[in-house]
Design a protein around this ligand. Structure first.
Ligand SMILES: [Zn+2]
Ligand SMILES: [Zn+2]
Length: 315
């Protein structure tokens, strides 16, 4: 009897072992299921916070760039190191943004602005940053590069260059030089600087859509470009960040724009410094010949050297 009892116990033990193994496995599957669900929720939170941050970096960078340009328009002063200034200013706004985010969630969020520098494409400023987001044992780290557009920003260069002679006048979209540009050129020892009295130029940066530039040889295209105040790509002209430092030329891919002079009568010697902003405001100056133009129905003109004539297809 005792022996039989042992045998039964042995058999039930044999049956119980797989049942126990099965239960343990099932329990593990349930708890793994919970882990996966938990991880998904946490990583979703991290994912959405990271997306939100990545959306806001270029917006905050644009805000800083815009305010920096506007500041120059008011005080005419150049920045000594504009990438550094914009990087620091952006970092402090990003810190405010991330700490607000942290208050509303249980995430830890860090965003370090590593660098701000001229884009390979001069219509953009490049912002590089490192994001770090964590929640308990989950974390996400990513390096992000943003191209921030400079279109619609105020061109700070004319304000820095002419500001010492007085405050530049401007309308919604044009700078009216009055006597300030001719005074600036006279001070530089330029011949015929008086032709630049009442000159005008665009206030805001807009990209010229007429590419390749050689089609500016067509009068309608050229008039449309000038009436719209478009800027052009230039290997010589300064990029936006260098313009904030008061530089007319720089080593980065940059921009140039036409400066219009009032219509001149033919009896005068029709030659003066070339009406391209980086020529006007740099030390490397050269003359151009007069071209009459229509600007918003009025007669205007500009002086253009042979290199710029061939760039824009103007005979
Ligand atoms: Zn154009
Ligand atoms: Zn530059």
């Amino acid at each position: 009897m005792d022996q039989k009892g042992y045998i039964i116990s042995g058999l039930s033990l044999l049956l119980m072992v797989p049942a126990m193994v099965l239960s343990i496995c099932l329990l593990n599957i349930f708890s793994m299921g919970n882990d996966i669900k938990e991880q998904t929720i946490q990583s979703d939170k991290i994912y959405y916070a990271s997306q939100d941050l990545q959306r806001n970096i270029p917006l905050l960078a644009l805000e800083v760039l815009n305010e920096t340009g506007e500041e120059v328009k008011i005080n005419n002063l150049p920045y000594s190191n504009s990438p550094r200034y914009i990087k620091d200013e952006l970092q402090s706004r990003i810190n405010k943004f991330t700490s607000n985010h942290e208050l509303q969630s249980d995430l830890e969020i860090k965003c370090t602005i590593n660098s701000v520098h001229p884009g390979k494409d001069p219509w953009y400023v490049e912002v590089n940053s490192t994001l770090f987001l964590s929640q308990k044992e989950f974390y996400h780290e990513e390096k992000v590069s943003n191209q921030v557009p400079i279109t619609q920003l105020v061109d700070p260069l004319p304000f820095i260059k002419c500001g010492v002679y007085g405050d530049l006048k401007y309308t919604e979209n044009r700078i009216l030089y009055d006597t300030l540009l001719s005074e600036y050129l006279q001070n530089q020892g330029e011949a015929n600087s008086s032709y630049y009295t009442n000159a005008s130029a665009p206030l805001l940066i807009h990209k010229c859509p007429y590419e390749s530039y050689i089609i500016h040889g067509d009068e309608n295209t050229r008039n449309s470009c000038i009436n719209n105040g478009f800027y052009h790509y230039s290997a010589d002209g300064a990029c936006y960040l260098c313009r904030l430092e008061g530089k007319a030329v720089c080593i980065h891919p940059g921009l140039e724009v036409f400066i219009l002079v009032p219509s001149l009568n033919d009896s005068l010697p029709l030659s003066a410094i070339s009406s391209i902003d980086h020529v006007i405001f740099s030390d490397d100056i050269y003359p151009g010949e007069y071209i009459p133009l229509k600007f918003l129905g009025f007669d205007y003109g500009l002086f253009l050297d042979s290199a710029h004539r061939s760039k824009y297809g103007i005979p």
